[in-house]
Design a protein around this ligand. Sequence first.
Ligand code: TRP
Length: 467
Amino acid sequence: MKNTDIEKNLSKNNAGIAVRDGFTGGLGVILATLGSAVGLGNIWKFPYLTGVNGGAAFLIVYLLSTLLVGLPVMISEHMLGRKAKAEAISTFLKLNPNKKQPWWLIGVFGVVAAFMIMAFYTEVAGWVFAYVIKSLGNGIFSTDPAVTGAAFGSMISNPWISLGIQWAVLALVGFIILQGVAKGIERTAKRVMPVLFALLIIVVIRSLTLEGALEGLKFLFMPDFSKLTGAAILTAMGLAFFKLSIGMGTMITYGSYFGDDQNIPMNATKVMLGDLVVSLLAGMAIFPAVFAYGVEPDAGPSLLFITIPTVFASMPFGHFFMVIFFLLTSLAAIGAMLSLIEVPVAFLSEHYRMTRNKATIVIVGLLAAVGSLAALSSNVLAEAKLFGKTFFDLFDFLSSNVLLPVGGLFIVLFVSWVIGWNKVEKALTNNGTLKNVKLVKFYFNVTRYVTPILVLVVLLNGFGVFG
Ligand code: TRP
């Protein structure tokens, strides 16, 4: 798409009436949405959680969660957003037929979740950006985990560095979001996603051609169910929410930028599959290399920052591949952060009719304040704990394992019980122009019965309610 087309689409229609900003077409819809889904969730969280939770068995539970929970929630969110053509909170205000029931609270919790996620996400993104620069030198290039561990430790234990990189990330994200939906979010995704994909393939090929790579593939693809616990199942479902950017209104907001001709169930399926492919590629970049050099895969959140550099330092041409790896990870983080910050920015600018500039500045400022709590969790605030967790861990845990699943639960309940079949059928068949009624009916029944029960059971089970 040429810039002039985007510009035309963006500002005014022929009658001179201001048109709502939005994605310019099918490719833009897919890439922007995929750009939201693909992020640190795929390249940092998915590998370290799979590593900690025993590999393939966790992957299978994750897969089931994306199919039975993730996809229905994503379709529901896109549908709500496109129907209302409004940001997340206004969407519920507009579509709710019974004004006494406070469904808009889902949107409010979503904004809270966006802040919590951005708080730690921008910090991890800051580490990744710093590692792109560090990997050009020799500081983190060592086969000795004591050396890479010390390098990571000295970075995160310094409060000024921690705050500085987080604020730099926020400034970059704010700068892109200022340009709007088509010219900011969509244009960035169109540039970044192909590069990200190509770089990832390069690292995967390197990893798979190492001697001993097979062990890593076995770990990723041959399940051992003895390691699964109720908490791990909740973690897998929480990861599905996190990775697909669902449960908090990101996909409602993005859905509101879709054109009326878009095939929502088809788009969501493509995005789910694309996100899965990127996660599996990230797993195939990491585990074969980790196993080839006899390193343990269960390091947790530091897997990417302490373990992975030692693995790269061990392999031929490792320096080159390490730069590529951190570069692609930082690219992945950008699209995800744009979609997180867009939720509160769209809320302020639409609901309170603020200019986009002002809304962005307000939100970036608030995020810098809340985010500091996460940035300082590994230094000055290391001892400040709530429920035994630092702010960083608490934000991470509460968002993925509580707010997103609960948000998702109420979203599917709203769609299947409040909006109801007749309107869902119209919305998802594009008023009958798409010949997908059977599929839509099937999806509707899953959304009505299967998804809510599953989410509820997994949530309760994860918190040990069933003993
Ligand atoms: N999906 C992104 C990732 O995998 C993170 C993300 C972006 C997100 N927007 C979101 C998570 C909304 C939950 C909700 O990195």
